[in-house]
Ligand binder design. Structure first.
Ligand SMILES: [Zn+2]
Ligand SMILES: [Zn+2]
Length: 332
């Protein structure tokens, strides 16, 4: 994070904060030169304002670093979501096919965008302390890629993915417990037929809890800080990929868009993020519906009706009443 913060300090924050500091800066003479009964108050106000002003001018000040990291997390998180989901949505997501599905919601994309954009600031508030702790040297993040050897550098990628997949599996499965499902996770399950904009459309506590393993990892294991940035960017992009309706992975090991589509459709299966391993080990694996990989079968109304009735049965078990508003077929 130090590299990102230094870049942002050079190009944005130094000039932004010097303007903020100017607003707070009160010249000491204002207090000293006033020889009446208000002098102590002015002196005290002047010293508080000067402290705030100098905090904004000092790159190493913890409050300035915290504010900067919050802004970076929020802005970059929003931009990366918006850009990657838009690319997927406009360039290859089959919008017509999704809208034809009887379980596609009315104004779904707008609802997804609204949900994501209103929850990303809350996620950034909870996430920036992890980046701040890393910046101030409390993690095992390291600079030189050769420090632990190149074998470890490669191995740390596998370790990062397995560590986070294992924890996400249990956190996600926990979010399906009735205590947490309705208040937190139900919002992300509003989307029975996901679009790329569904990827970050969740309650901020839901999104934060599922991203926690990524932040915990460098506090348990050494991780090169450039690799960490790359991995963090990639896992965010992966979240878009498993919602993009591109069912190219009929893979037995990788938890792809088709596996996650089954999770949105049938709720209690495929909790994993990257691999099918923990779902298989813990008996929650469901092989994706085969028509997802076959254009002809996809059009088969009988198969679709069968899937929808199974989905409705699962929904009733998990949520009880269905409070969604679907796009009617004639609107599609
Ligand atoms: Zn879920
Ligand atoms: Zn999802």
């Amino acid at each position: 994070m130090d590299v990102v913060l230094e870049f942002a300090d050079n190009h944005v924050f130094d000039s932004l904060y010097s303007k903020v500091a100017n607003v707070f800066h009160v010249t000491p003479s204002l207090g000293v030169s006033t020889l009446n009964s208000t002098a102590p108050i002015l002196n005290s106000a002047s010293s508080t304002s000067s402290t705030i002003a100098s905090a904004f001018l000092d790159r190493n000040n913890i409050f300035r670093q915290g504010i900067s990291l919050f802004l970076i997390t929020w802005v970059m998180g929003t931009l990366s979501y918006f850009v990657s989901a838009s690319i997927a949505y406009f360039f290859y997501f089959d919008r017509q096919e999704a809208k034809r599905h009887p379980k596609f919601l009315k104004n779904q994309e707008l609802l997804e965008l609204k949900t994501a954009l209103s929850n990303l600031p809350g996620m950034a508030v909870l996430t920036f302390p992890w980046f701040l702790a890393e910046l101030r040297g409390y993690s095992y993040a390291y600079d030189d890629p050769a420090e632990y050897g190149y074998f470890y550098l490669g191995f740390s990628v596998i370790l990062f993915l397995l560590f986070s997949d294992f924890l996400i599996y249990w956190i996600h499965r926990g979010l399906h417990h009735p205590w947490f499902y309705a208040p937190l996770h139900k919002l992300h399950h509003k989307w029975i037929i996901p679009t790329p904009f569904s990827s970050h459309a969740f309650h901020f506590l839901d999104g934060y809890s599922q991203s926690l393993p990524y932040h915990l990892f460098p506090f348990f294991f050494p991780l090169n800080k450039y690799l960490y940035l790359l991995l963090f960017g990639s896992v965010n992009y992966w979240t878009v990929l498993i919602h993009d309706g591109k069912y190219f992975s009929n893979n037995a090991v990788i938890n792809g868009a088709a596996h996650h589509a089954s999770h949105h459709m049938y709720f209690n299966y495929n909790y994993g993020q990257f691999f099918t391993l923990f779902d298989r080990l813990c008996s929650s694996y469901r092989h994706p519906d085969q028509e997802l990989f076959n254009a002809e079968l996809k059009k088969d109304k009988k198969i679709q009706e069968q899937r929808v009735s199974e989905m409705e049965y699962m929904l009733k078990n998990v949520e009880g009443k269905d409070d969604r508003t679907y796009t009617s077929k004639k609107d599609a």
